[in-house]
Design a protein around this ligand. Sequence first.
Ligand code: ATR
Length: 270
Amino acid sequence: SDKYVVIGNPIAHSKSPAIHSQFAAQTRQRLEYQTLLAPTDGFELSVHNFIVAGGKGANVTVPFKEQAFTLCTELSDDARLAGAVNTLSFLPDGQIRGDNTDGQGLVADLLSHTSLKHKVVLLIGAGGAARGAILPLLRSGVKQLIISNRTFEKAQTLAKQFKDYGNISAVPMAELESGFDIIINSTSASLAGDLPGVPVHIFSPDTLCYDMMYGAELTAFNAWAKSHGVVNCIDGLGMLVGQAAISFEIWRGVKPDVDIVLSQLRQALE
Ligand code: ATR
């Protein structure tokens, strides 16, 4: 059967093998999906060895998404603009195609909770996770996308880079006002138990908050938003399953069902 892996470092705790195995079972696709630990200085060699061993495709995670980008001979628009690749396809003619499905996974998960048309959206953070989300968000019909980041210059650079793709601008954190329909936290602050320094008046009962982080408990950001009146808070587990589903469809040409897998993963977290 066809072979796939998720490559990262560390990788042991990745949920991708479980997710893709369930997708395969659902759609009756015969494939193997495993983890592949690459040494931090050995990403390219690991990929080439996997191709030689007959690998058909790979997901790429921390810290290799930028290296995966440089390895590709063909890129989707999302991957090109994100400057990062999370989905590699090893084509029969030897080409390596790169996609980035993280942002589409986010948008698909958001759309399962709300409409994005004509919405005013705040994206907090300007790192790799934010960069990958911008094009899919702009394409989804939002009215306005504001980027805010601790280091303001990075938000400005992103806004400039994507200005031809929609209504996007950068605002310093301290100058953020209220009125956002959707607030997305893409920062890695929560990893250290920190909160981004946004003013709490951005939160209201009508705001939908999305934290790309997830866990058994409410994430630190979502708990903070709730304590300031936000009712609707979503964590990033659906984004994880959503990006996997789009990768699976790129490789196999069939769309798996996200909801069943998501509710099983959710139960397993608790
Ligand atoms: P990722 O790929 O997860 O986006 P990254 O590219 O290292 O990781 O970016 C991390 C993001 O989280 C950045 O926007 C960073 O802000 P800076 O650009 O100012 O560094 C943000 N971030 C990390 N820790 C933070 C904290 N404690 N408070 C606010 N923002 C934080």
